[in-house]
Design a protein around this ligand. Structure first.
Ligand code: HEM
Length: 415
């Protein structure tokens, strides 16, 4: 076994440039045991593309946090609200939960949401465009996906600001008690919502097939005569709420930052997007690869010893798979640290949405939201530039998400 005693991976400087750390680790050994806390905790970390891709489809690596959550001890490395969700189960449970939810995320279901996403985008940009300056994260990249997913789930408007704050706390607060509290609040709010909807169906106040929202569709979703039970519905609603906005916020924020730091590509794509936004479709894939929204790491647990080339991870270990590091692996992508919006994709593409059974269910929705959002920004915020020094940007101190806390920008308002 290769055992490299490392300095702390997630040190105070880590989030400013995680790729510097990940490149160094991958160069030593793409699968290795690393130190993740000053109290001496160690975890396995995968930084290579081939190894990450293999790990994401290997049934010997579990996602079941009910079975393996104890491995974290008193450290709460994953969002507690996600512990009972589809993302925290293995087949066959996972297969059933995913099959019931999947119809809500087909290409045609996402297409039906397009006009409303466009309307929300126009409203948000319409409010900030005349100002000439804004924090693009909190005034645009946060409210857009939050509004979309809350409307989809039928979350009442008065619950949204609180849900947003609690969800944010899950990924930014270091304090485990605060995270647990936030998770419970989210769970309780969604449980009340689900109970209310189920009651409407049970009392005949709502009918199957009625033109309701996503929650109604999930309540009536059936596969082989199966229905989601109340707890499963709550878990799914919580998962969608959280997965549905933090990541999309990061995609929009990271993409805009990448453009601002690459002025020639920014100008080229902005000029092109004025008349035709098709060029943004491959560009969004490059943004996803270059600075992946769920780029710090996702988690698995070994059910038995698993060999990756010369390295064998023993059974019952936490394995962090860094999708962001995998997407910058020079063994798979040419010149991976360069942003290249015209990059031709290798046959096996980026891993920003994961791979295998847990591949992101909302990838179509996320791509659509990002496309509409970036088109709007490029068209309505001309001569956009950063209003702070890049070194001063504040990143989320998360071990999953790669995203900015704020993005101060300026532009020249249309006269
Ligand atoms: C799973 C990324 C947006 C719903 C995942 C996974 C990744 C991911 C990497 C797999 C994690 C793993 O295997 O451990 C992203 C990114 C997004 C995004 C980068 C935005 C840019 C969304 C949206 C929704 C969503 C908008 C829904 C509204 C889900 C669900 C799963 C998932 C339900 C679990 C799937 C399963 O366990 O089978 N996402 N996601 N995601 N995502 Fe997304």
């Amino acid at each position: 076994m290769i055992w490299i005693e490392e300095p702390l991976v997630f040190d105070a400087d880590f989030h400013r440039d995680p790729y510097r750390v990940y490149d160094r680790l991958r160069g030593q050994e793409p699968v290795q045991r690393v130190k993740v806390s000053s109290r001496g905790h160690h975890t396995w970390l995968i930084t290579g593309y081939a190894q990450a891709r293999a790990a994401l489809t290997d049934p010997r690596l579990s996602r079941d946090t009910r079975r393996f959550g104890h491995l974290f001890g008193d450290r709460r490395d994953i969002a507690p609200a996600l512990r009972d969700s589809m993302l925290a189960t293995d087949p066959p449970d996972h297969t059933r939960l995913r099959r019931l939810a999947a119809p809500a995320f087909t290409a045609s279901a996402v297409d039906r949401l397009r006009p409303r996403i466009q309307q929300i985008t126009d409203q948000l940009l319409g409010a900030i465009a005349p100002k000439g300056a804004a924090d693009l994260i909190n005034e645009f990249a946060v409210p857009l996906p939050v509004t979309v997913i809350c409307e989809l789930l039928g979350v009442p408007e008065h619950d949204r600001p609180q849900l947003r704050r609690w969800s944010n706390a899950l990924f930014t607060t270091a304090d485990a008690a605060t995270r647990d509290q936030a998770a419970h609040h989210i769970n309780d709010t969604m449980a009340v919502l689900v109970a209310h909807r189920l009651h409407r169906f049970e009392t005949g106040a709502a009918h199957q097939g009625e033109d309701g929202d996503l929650l109604d569709a999930l309540i009536t979703a059936r596969a082989n005569g199966d229905l989601l039970n109340q707890q499963e519905l709550v878990s799914l609603a919580v998962l969608l709420l959280i997965a549905g906005h933090e990541t999309t916020t990061n995609l929009i924020g990271n993409a805009v930052l990448a453009l601002l730091l690459h002025p020639a590509q920014h100008t080229a794509i902005a000029d092109h997007t004025v008349s035709d936004s098709d060029g943004l479709v491959p560009a969004i894939e490059e943004f996803l690869r270059y600075d992946s929204p769920l780029g710090i790491a996702t988690v698995r647990f070994t059910t038995c010893p698993v060999a990756f080339g010369p390295v064998t991870i023993p059974a019952e270990q936490i394995v962090m798979i860094s999708l962001g590091a995998a997407n910058r692996d020079p063994a798979h992508f040419t010149d991976p640290s360069a942003l290249d919006l015209t990059r031709t994709r290798p046959r096996q593409g980026h891993l920003a949405f994961g791979h295998g059974p847990h591949y992101c269910l909302g990838s179509g929705l996320a791509r659509t939201e990002a496309h509409i959002a970036l088109t709007g920004i490029l068209r309505h915020l001309p001569h956009l530039h950063l209003d702070t020094r890049p070194q001063q940007l504040a990143w989320r101190p998360s071990r999953m998400m790669r995203g900015l806390l704020t993005l101060p920008v300026r532009w020249q308002p249309h006269t």
